[in-house]
Ligand binder design. Structure first.
Ligand code: BES
Ligand code: MN
Ligand code: MN
Length: 455
């Protein structure tokens, strides 16, 4: 049977299985879901076994297990290492979901569920593509699977696992579907990802909450101070004011900027989709450049003082914020975190104390477009979509990709099938049925072209 016919004959079962996986709330950020996280790992383990993988194990770590499995058909053939993650982001705010986050539902040709696109739906395409190749006798490369459960919390334990298992993870290329493409009729391949520095700050004013009438106006309000400190981190051109912040930013050449500008993009559609009158960002750069090739600084959350019902006239003792910076080549997260820390401490007025607490970080990556793996990915997309994929820059981060390169010496192919409109991490996350099945159809073509090019 041909791959296409096999997929067609089994498509309903593929979807039913994915739904079973999506029903497990494998939220890595919340320890209350530890058992569910493990169940999600067990689920994909059993599906890899059923698909024909060997030596399938849950590799224990200090945190959530890594699911490993392999199929070595001939040591002389190239080996593809497939990476994905079975953990998901929290579903809150739940009241904004049209149908519950962990009750997958199909509406208008889309699967709605937390993890539908990021990353269970995309990771599962690889399991089913593998099954398809096994069942049709068309597997043309060795394959190793490594599906982790802590991507959404920084992949710290996977990093440790990778360093300890370099021999076992030996491969020729890493294949990842955890990013997006431009449109269902315009394939694209990310050739870069941004890095991340993530920091929490605490600003303390007086040692207790005070009456805002008795003390207000005379004592620093840490929320007011935090807000002006944060505001000062951008200048009037929306450039980040931390000294040295841009020092290592790799300026993208005119030629490369022109190439990136070829990607079809409608600013009007972008604005209307988000219901905004205008965009905002660094002067001198287009919207796609602002998300792709430029670094950012964003407040992810800010709190303090009274936020309950009604009013309480209080001058709070403390204010907090979570701040993230997206980094581009060749910025280093450790250095940027340090620059932030020094600057933030320096700009604090004497009337408050500040504490800067770094969270996880990750390094940016760039992948070459003249490599065998990129050409194979490109050829696969072209064959499946009938159109040459456009190289794009992904604005998000997958911190483990830089570590794969450093520790395993392997480049990754960011073979993503999601759409920006899939609302990953948001309420009503979705993934197109078209994208799901198209991915299952396209992945085997990568193996075919890769095996052909390596030879
Ligand atoms: N799959 C995303 C990353 C992504 C999405 C890259 C779309 C490019 C396009 C991943 O699961 C993710 O959300 N990563 C986090 C980083 C992590 C350390 C929490 C991110 O980018 O915020
Ligand atoms: Mn992801
Ligand atoms: Mn994610």
């Amino acid at each position: 049977m041909s791959q296409k016919n096999y997929i067609e004959a089994n498509k309903n079962r593929f979807l039913a299985e994915l739904f079973e996986w999506l029903r497990i709330p494998s939220i890595s950020a919340d320890p209350a879901y530890e058992d569910d996280v493990r169940r999600a790992a067990e689920f994909v383990k059993s599906k890899l076994e059923q698909a024909g993988a060997q030596n399938v194990v849950l590799e224990e770590t200090a945190g959530n297990p890594v699911v490993y499995g392999e199929k070595i058909i001939d040591p002389r053939l190239p080996t593809v290492l497939v990476y994905g993650h079975y953990d998901v982001q929290p579903s809150v705010p739940n009241e904004l979901w049209e149908t519950p986050a962990f009750e997958p539902t199909v509406r208008n040709g889309n699967i709605y569920a937390r993890g539908a696109c990021d990353d269970k739906g995309q990771a599962y395409m690889h399991v089913k593509a593998f099954e398809t190749m096994m069942q049709t006798g068309t597997l043309s490369c060795n394959v190793k699977f490594m599906i982790e459960g802590e991507e959404e919390v920084g992949s710290t334990n996977l990093g440790i696992y990778v360093k300890a298992h370099k021999e076992k993870l030996k491969a020729n290329v890493i294949l990842i579907s955890d990013t997006g493409m431009l449109a269902v009729d315009q394939p694209s391949i990310d050739v870069g990802l941004r890095g991340l520095s993530y920091i929490q700050v605490e600003v303390t004013g007086p040692n207790i909450d005070l009456h805002s009438g008795i003390y207000g106006g005379a004592v620093a309000n840490p929320i007011n101070v935090l807000c002006s400190m944060i505001a000062s981190l951008h200048d009037e051109n929306r450039r980040i004011t931390i000294p040295g912040f841009y020092d290592d930013v790799l300026e993208v050449s005119k030629k490369d900027r022109d190439a990136l500008a070829l990607a079809p993009f409608s600013l009007d559609k972008f604005k209307s989709h988000l219901d905004i009158e205008d965009v905002m960002g660094e002067a001198g750069f287009s919207t796609n450049e602002r998300t792709g090739i430029r670094p950012t600084l964003d407040v992810n959350g800010i709190w303090g003082g009274y936020t309950g019902e009604g009013s309480k006239t209080v001058l709070p003792s403390k204010a907090y914020a979570k701040i993230s910076m997206r980094l581009v080549p060749n910025q280093r997260s450790e250095k940027i975190t340090k620059l932030f820390q020094d600057h933030f401490e320096k700009i604090a007025p004497k009337s408050v104390k500040v504490k800067v607490m770094p969270h996880h970080g990750g390094e940016p990556v760039l992948t070459p477009t003249d490599s065998i793996e990129f050409r194979a990915a490109s050829a696969a997309m072209k064959e499946a979509f009938g159109k040459e994929p456009i190289p794009t820059r992904g604005g998000g981060s997958i911190p483990i990709v830089a570590l794969f390169e450093k520790e395993l010496g392997l480049k990754s192919v960011l073979f993503g099938f999601g759409l920006d409109s899939d609302a990953i991490h948001s309420p009503n996350e979705k993934y197109g049925l078209f994208n799901f099945y198209k991915g299952i159809e396209t992945i085997p073509l990568f193996y075919k072209h890769y095996a052909g090019l390596v030879r």
